[in-house]
Write a protein that binds this ligand. Structure first.
Ligand code: SAM
Ligand code: SF4
Length: 474
């Protein structure tokens, strides 16, 4: 049926695209920051309330160092209060780097003739997954260039292959996807293979900047990309991840764009995106970007704290693009997922590549720690590393929202499941030294459960894991 404005009289307001540059700049330019407002807004967020665009702009416009520190402290408090000490771990797995798009910031772009192109065969994929399982990984994100080869059937087949690989006690229990936007039918095919989150980053929410960086190919179409996750929703994929690539345009605009995108999902589907990613642009093969919009460490850490406060119940993902010291700082603001033991070169896990070759990968990573080194550092800093996939597997979708809004959810599900999956890791993959430190942390965490009956149940399951049982969860 064709929309007839005479019949439905949808107000003009509702027909506007949900990203309006003028609106975002107007709010940013006309919303001053005062210490009173900043403090009021931080308290609102600590009261578990979502921030409006205007309130977020107040935080963005705060430049006084002491007030910025209060914003960061607010994010730390929110994390402590709501999320506790868990950090979920995953690894990226690049399936193919052929690409028909021309994104000027990416080593895979079609015009980069020096990029060595390949697609993992089924056997290659199995080898990569075995290597990942051998290090203890349980959650992967599969990454693809945009190319007719990587059609929905191909993507679905790679997901099924990954789930089918079992090596010792190893198995991949959740496969997320970062790939091109699809048509609704395509998303349905991919959904059928049992994916977790489907991520599409808008890169920049600023239309004109978008056109400057996306020179040709399907991705040049800003609207097709922006509406990609709406088509995913229509296909039944309600677990989606949004993101912006920081460094393409003014970071303040991008934070507002992300928030506007969250608002859109909440308004239309009554549920926000599962995760937000905020990669900063890094060196890549034959990429020469001007530095005008590069985001300093200072602004980056501030923007992560602002995102945490603005959308308190959305998962935040931080990747190995960032060096360990930046990762350490922003972990304390409530990042919920990080990658560990990351390699992004094609076949890099099975070939155990140590050095990066930018001509066979997308960009430079800055955290080369192994998964065990990341685990050790997390444990050392009192974080509980988690490989939990329970909610997704028992159909508790929207778990971030539940963690946030259901009293006791974290104590009843997330923390115990984190401890159980950590114990599996310690038993199966950790060197003795890590195992000892890990069990000290488990014992310490157990003391924090005051419900004795529940604690006993959890201890029983931990004993079962020591005795060889696997995949136990609440
Ligand atoms: N080809 C698909 C696409 O573009 O959506 C799949 C994702 S791409 C392989 C993963 C993400 O990497 C992109 O969405 C982009 O945000 C990010 N990326 C690309 N080039 C980058 C660079 N030089 N530094 C950091 N991140 C980059
Ligand atoms: Fe291709 Fe994605 Fe790289 Fe763009 S960002 S060139 S679509 S792989």
């Amino acid at each position: 049926m064709i929309y007839d404005p005479q019949v439905y009289s949808i107000p003009d307001e509702a027909m506007k695209p949900f990203i309006s540059e003028d609106e975002i700049w107007k709010i940013l330019n006309e919303t001053p920051s005062t210490p009173e407002r900043v403090r009021e807004i931080i308290s609102k967020s600590l009261d578990k309330k979502r921030l409006s665009l205007e309130e977020t702009a107040v935080l963005i416009n705060t430049t006084d160092t002491l007030l910025v520190e209060e914003i960061k402290q607010g994010a730390r408090e929110l994390k402590e209060k709501v999320y506790g000490k868990r950090i979920v771990l995953f690894a990226p797995l690049y399936v193919g780097n052929h690409c028909t798009n021309n994104c000027t910031y990416c080593g895979f772009r079609t015009s980069n003739k020096e990029q060595k192109r390949s697609t993992l065969s089924k056997e290659d994929l199995v080898e990569e997954v075995k290597m990942l399982e051998n290090t203890g990984q349980k959650r992967l994100i599969l990454v693809y260039g945009e190319h007719p080869k990587y059609n929905p059937d191909f993507i679905a087949e790679t997901v099924r292959t990954v789930y089918s690989v079992k090596q010792g006690n190893g198995e991949i229990r959740r496969v997320n996807i970062n790939a091109a936007p699809q048509e609704i039918e395509g998303f349905k095919i991919i959904k059928e293979s049992g994916i977790g989150t489907y991520q599409i980053f808008q890169e920049t929410y600023h239309r004109e900047a978008y056109e400057r960086y996306h020179l040709s190919g399907q991705k040049r179409n800003y609207d097709y990309r922006l509406t990609g996750l709406d088509r995913a929703q229509e296909a039944g994929i309600d677990d989606v991840g949004i993101g912006a690539l920081f460094g393409l345009y003014d970071w303040r605009f991008e934070v507002m764009g992300l928030l506007r995108h969250v608002n859109h999902f909440e308004a239309v589907y009554q549920v926000g995106p599962h995760t937000i990613s905020f990669p900063r642009i890094k060196k890549a093969s034959n990429v020469h970007l001007d530095e005008q919009y590069q985001v300093s460490d200072e602004d980056f850490t501030k923007l992560v704290a602002i995102l945490r406060l603005a959308v308190p119940y959305t998962g935040l993902i931080l990747t190995a693009r960032e060096p360990a010291h930046v990762r350490d700082e922003v972990l304390s603001f409530g990042v919920s997922q990080i990658d560990g033991g990351t390699k992004i070169e094609m076949k890099a896990y099975s070939q155990d590549k140590k050095e990066q070759d930018l001509h066979s990968e997308q960009f430079e990573i800055n955290d080369g720690r192994t998964l065990n080194e990341v685990m050790e550092d997390l444990i050392h800093n009192d974080y509980i590393p988690s490989f939990c996939t329970a909610c997704y597997r028992v159909g508790r979708t929207g778990e971030h929202f539940m963690e946030f809004s259901v009293p006791g959810f974290i104590k009843r599900f997330c923390t115990p499941n984190a401890l159980l999956t950590m114990a599996e890791y310690l038993e199966d993959y950790a060197p003795e030294k890590t195992k000892i430190k890990g069990y000290v942390l488990i014992d310490k965490s157990l003391k924090e459960f005051d419900d004795e009956r529940f604690k006993n149940k959890l201890c029983e399951r931990l004993e079962k894991i020591k005795a060889g049982e696997r995949d136990l969860y609440f």
